[in-house]
Design a protein around this ligand. Structure first.
Ligand code: ZN
Length: 250
């Protein structure tokens, strides 16, 4: 059930990404309607854009291609975001180069419709998979976390809920059962050890080389399904790796 955004190209963008790639998704509120945003982003004088806009009815519009830089979060003021890239002397790399911007219809005080949450989480899940962006609150952020002088995306959106819905769409089961049974395995391929949960949407702690023996303290058969394997192992220090890249009995 891939989303099919309606293409409404904006001229307000920078071609390419200055050697960066999308590493995070910035959530915005339009402070207006979807149709108003369509014309605002088409207007060269506005000098703003985003990659996507989503209506309260779930409709998705695309204004800028993901490979290009949209003009949605270029200003930085007292950022609270941990992953922002500083340059020097309190200056920052322009966040537009390494983020995807998604606008949402409404204003800072309007309730988000279920349909808008649905569409937005589907789009986030797709974008995250395309660019291997972990789906968590470090990588799915509100605009004000970059630019503190704005309230964007407003007071009503529940970003934790949006992240949770997006994670479920990539096959992550939030209520998995852990079998507490220790053992050890040997890697058969380079294996990503993930922080936090049995899911490829979690940040990578390190990459284990082929042939490494790893001790585990437990496992689950209800982790994210990858190549029809749902077994994930929990390491001694509480991290996770996928069972498809190892053999048992070491
Ligand atoms: Zn914004």
């Amino acid at each position: 059930m891939a989303t099919t955004p309606t293409q409404i190209p904006s001229l307000n963008y920078t071609a390419g990404r200055m050697n960066y790639r999308p590493e995070a998704i910035v959530i915005h509120i339009m402070e207006g309607s979807l149709s108003g945003t369509d014309s605002w982003f088409k207007n060269r004088q506005s000098s703003v854009s985003a990659h996507y806009g989503i209506g309260t009815n779930g409709e998705i519009h695309q204004y800028v291609q993901e490979n290009d830089t949209a003009w949605h979060a270029g200003r930085v003021n007292a950022p609270s975001w941990n992953l922002i890239k500083p340059v020097r002397n309190g200056l920052y790399r322009n966040p537009n180069y390494y983020t995807i911007g998604i606008e949402h219809e409404g204003n800072e005080n309007s309730e988000w419709t279920d349909t808008m949450y649905e569409s937005s989480s589907s789009l986030i899940a797709e974008v995250a998979q395309r660019w291997n962006i972990p789906i968590d609150r470090y990588h799915i952020i509100g605009h004000h976390e970059i630019y503190s002088l704005k309230t964007c995306p407003g007071f009503k959106v529940d970003l934790d809920k949006l992240v949770d819905m997006s994670r479920r769409k990539v096959g992550y089961n939030p209520s998995f059962t852990i079998i507490n049974q220790a053992g050890s395995v040997k890697t058969t391929s380079q294996l990503r050890i993930r922080i936090g949960n049995p899911s490829t949407m979690n940040p990578v702690l390190r990459i284990a080389p082929i042939g490494e023996v790893i001790n585990y303290v437990g496992y689950t058969d209800e982790g994210q399904e990858v190549a029809e394997v749902t077994r994930w192992y929990k390491t001694v220090d509480g991290n996770w790796f996928w069972g498809g890249g190892v053999v048992e009995g070491y």
